[in-house]
Design a protein around this ligand. Structure first.
Ligand SMILES: Cc1ncc(COP(=O)(O)O)c(C=O)c1O
Length: 360
């Protein structure tokens, strides 16, 4: 088996050490004689893993005491509905900042539930940029303001988050959670599907400020209430135990790497290799994102023609690069350089980009 360089957009690379540890204890977790998947979610062995994952995330992400960490199911996509179901009441507005397809999808779900508005959008430039604070249009009856911190498909990322005082700020951080330090206190709610930076698919993490748990949820189905999960420490029903076990392993690995600051530094180094290959190519590679909006997680670019894109991707595949094709809705090329993607993979990609350009 030859080595592969995994640049998948999600599910995506997991740290090799994490996979090896999971393999080593797959059939006998903690001396139980069983795999973690076979244990009761009410058992002490499982509960210790569950609690450790919550505590580690709080520690690594510097989450203040007045926030709860929840483990939910239904992916980030279910959050698109849970948010308006919970917070979008008669006479209020769900206000969305549109920076790509995922924020559009979040808005679409909110429209099914109540009144919405678009606080700002960069759709007119095909989502190459992030709006600036001067562009925001707020309403005094905003129930919340929603943004997507990193735009997986277009390859843009918020560099600084706005401070919003009139309503809770809610962020979909599915594709950049834990890639850099974040001031959690700016947000009422942060959510993320795990399958990029946190672990395998199957668990969705929510970080919610306690005062948002006090809203009236009488009309919301029990399992779709944040309060249900907060009150039961995310053990209201059977949680995705294996996914949470893997999340705990990934968080342990992040800590071993030196925490989120060290991870950010490495992510910057990795992304720079590929952005440099683009910037030093005399226009052969064209980045989609404007420079001041570039994502550290998803690097999107095109070659001069669609035919060139396809040839570049075909050759890359032969060389062991996986997942470099752009999302089907925008095409081109995309390298996803999430936390677990090793520096060597980015060095190899840079070398391939340079040599491909030199020979074309
Ligand atoms: C930013 C963002 N939000 C939401 C989603 C959807 O997540 P899920 O598949 O967990 O519903 C994705 C998936 O790629 C994403 O990148």
């Amino acid at each position: 088996m030859t080595a592969v360089y995994n640049f998948n957009a999600g599910p995506s690379a997991l740290p090799k050490e994490v996979l090896q540890r999971a393999q080593a204890e797959l059939t006998n977790f903690n001396g139980t004689g069983m795999s973690i998947m076979e244990l009761s979610h009410r058992s002490k062995d499982y509960e210790a893993v569950h609690q450790n994952a919550i505590d580690l995330l709080k520690e690594l992400y510097n989450i203040p005491d007045q926030y709860k960490v929840l483990f939910l199911q239904g992916g980030a996509s279910l959050q698109f509905s849970m948010i308006p179901l919970q917070f979008l009441k008669e006479g209020t507005i769900g206000n969305y900042i549109l920076t790509g397809s995922w924020s559009e999808k979040a808005l679409k779900e909110a429209k099914l539930i109540g009144k919405t508005a678009i606080a700002a959008s960069t759709k007119e430039n095909n989502y190459q940029s992030i709006p600036t604070s001067n562009d925001f249009q707020f309403n005094k009856n905003d129930a919340y303001v929603h943004l997507t911190s990193n735009n997986t498909i277009f390859g843009t990322q918020w560099q600084d988050f706005p401070t919003i005082n009139h309503a809770p700020l809610i962020a979909d951080m599915s594709s950049d959670i834990l890639s850099r330090p974040v001031d959690v206190e700016k947000f009422g709610l942060i959510y993320a599907g795990a399958q990029k930076n946190l672990g395998p698919s199957g668990v969705t993490v929510a970080i919610i400020k306690e005062d948002l748990l006090e809203v009236n949820v009488d009309q919301v189905p029990t399992v779709l209430r944040y309060k249900t999960h907060a009150d039961s420490n995310s053990l209201y029903h059977t949680p995705p135990t294996f996914a949470i076990y893997m999340l705990n392993q990934v968080l342990t690995w992040v800590k071993e790497q030196g925490g989120v600051n060290a991870i950010q530094k490495r992510n910057e180094e990795k992304a720079k290799l590929i952005y440099d290959a683009i910037d030093e190519s005399n226009g052969f590679y064209r980045g989609h994102a404007e420079k001041d909006a570039r994502s550290l997680m998803n690097i999107t670019f095109n070659l001069p023609t669609e035919d060139d894109n396809q040839k570049f991707l075909a050759k890359a595949k032969e060389l062991g690069f996986v997942g470099l094709n752009g999302h089907r809705s925008v095409g081109g090329c995309r390298a996803s350089t999430y936390n677990a993607v090793p520096l060597e993979a980015c060095v190899a990609l840079r070398e391939y980009m340079d040599s491909y350009r030199a020979s074309h």
